[in-house]
Design a protein around this ligand. Structure first.
Ligand SMILES: N[C@@H](Cc1c[nH]cn1)C(=O)NCC(=O)O
Length: 426
């Protein structure tokens, strides 16, 4: 069977898998009420159900990275998407909450395989100077999945129920499974390879085809290379702080912060969050493209994080004094656009670590945003422990400003990795 040779099509198919994973991430809110009624779930039960995905996803990032480096992204994603498929069917058919939790964990497990895999695909198929742009597009495609889990999923489940909705999701999941199984290879066909590509290919093949007894050694070596690299830790700190705030703001506290601090109805606050998300969607590829054009990661990220500090400071401390809604909109947009700038940290990590360990490296730094979100969410909740007022929300939101300042400061300790790679090629 003739394999797909277009890197964009290959990326798009993995992107579809990523989109499906993201969809599941944000899908529980919409079906919370029918789940409560049908399976008598409490609010705590709904929260646990949603979290099952995040826990498995976060904890499995390194194991998934290890599998991707050892087995190649194709096999790992096939296994992961099969788990999402089975999880979706179980979810749709679950007669009890317990089985629902198991199904959700299975979906989280499967979805966890995709991010490290798509980064490996990007590393194997795209040039270093295209990497940040395509990584930015990956974030877009994921977030589109997250957006589809809102109003469109609401209408789907209104028509078919939450069980029917999950059956449809299971059917959609078969699409990337079939295409990846039949038409996609881990690497571009050999005839289009440059000399450097061929060398890398040989290394990858050697790595994948290592006899089983050598693999544990390879994994330990890979983990050592990644964990002992101080610059990978710098990227993890930035991701913990900035993506932690971004997910905490957009996924949990943002609407209520705007509602209390700007004294507006919740519906208007939710619409304003869409402006922040529009910034994320446009900022992600734009920042990647600028970074690729300039062949700089560190400087571009620093400029973006500087704007992020200014954005949070304006939104939390300055604008509430004047209550100028027409100013809040551009500030939200710009803050969203630069909130996604740490996608460059994934790119930078990939550039600092040998390609055979791209999976482990991506998995390692991608744990940080998930821990960051849970820490920032909990700290924010602490500020609201006695009462929910404009002042307590403003105090909680100062965490976002503090996190941006820490992220910006950490960016001074980054090491540029692209220049070395590009000069090696030329
Ligand atoms: N787009 C980023 C960050 C993110 C998380 N939620 C919404 N955007 C991303 O894709 N991170 C990697 C991941 O595995 O989610």
């Amino acid at each position: 069977m003739k394999k797909i040779s277009s890197k964009y099509v290959v990326w798009l198919v993995f992107g579809l898998a990523f989109m499906i994973g993201f969809f599941h991430r944000y899908s529980i809110g919409i079906i919370a009420d029918p789940l409560r009624e049908d399976l008598l779930l409490s609010t705590a039960g709904i929260s646990l159900l949603s979290s099952m995905y995040f826990y498995t996803y976060g904890f499995l990032q390194i194991p998934c990275g290890i599998m991707v480096d050892a087995q190649g992204p194709r096999r790992v994603v096939l296994m992961g998407m099969s788990a999402v498929f089975i999880g979706s069917i179980f979810f749709a058919l679950s007669p009890t909450p317990f089985l629902l939790y198991i199904a959700r964990a299975l979906i989280g497990f499967g979805a966890a395989t995709v991010f490290t895999s798509i980064f490996k695909i990007q590393a194997l198929w795209f040039k270093p100077t295209e990497f940040a742009t395509i990584a930015g597009m990956t974030a877009v495609i994921g977030n589109v999945g997250g957006m589809l889990a809102t109003a469109p999923f609401y209408h789907l489940t209104n028509a078919l129920g939450w069980r029917g909705g999950h059956l449809i999701l299971a059917i959609i999941t078969v699409i990337p499974i079939l295409i990846i199984y039949g038409w996609i290879t881990d690497r571009p066909p050999a005839e289009t390879d440059t000399k450097e590509d061929k060398e890398e290919h040989k290394n990858l093949e050697k790595n994948i085809e290592k006899p089983p007894q050598k693999q544990p050694q390879k994994i330990t070596e890979g983990l050592k290379v990644v964990v002992s690299n101080p610059y990978a830790w710098v990227n993890a700190v930035i991701l913990f702080m900035v993506f932690g705030s971004y997910m905490s703001f957009s996924g949990l506290w943002g609407p209520h912060f705007l509602r209390y601090v700007y004294e507006i109805p919740l519906e208007q606050a939710a619409n304003l969050i869409m402006i922040y998300m529009a910034g994320v969607l446009i900022g992600s590829p734009a920042i990647g493209m600028i970074s690729d054009r300039l062949q700089k990661r560190k400087r571009v990220l620093q400029a973006a994080l500087f704007l992020l500090v200014a954005g949070w400071a304006t939104m939390i401390l300055i604008l509430p004094v004047f209550q100028k809604m027409w100013l809040l909109m551009p500030v939200l947009f710009i803050t969203g656009a630069v909130s996604i700038s740490p996608m460059l940290c994934f790119t930078n990590t990939k550039e600092l670590i040998p390609q055979e360990y791209t999976g482990i490296a991506t998995g390692f730094v991608n744990m940080a945003p998930f821990f960051g979100t849970s820490v920032i969410n909990s700290l924010f909740a602490w500020f609201l422990r006695t009462e929910e007022t404009a002042a307590t929300y403003q105090a909680g939101a100062l965490l976002f400003l503090l996190a941006a300042i820490i992220g910006f400061t950490a960016s001074f300790f980054m090491k540029e990795g692209l220049e070395a790679k590009v000069s090696k090629i030329h």
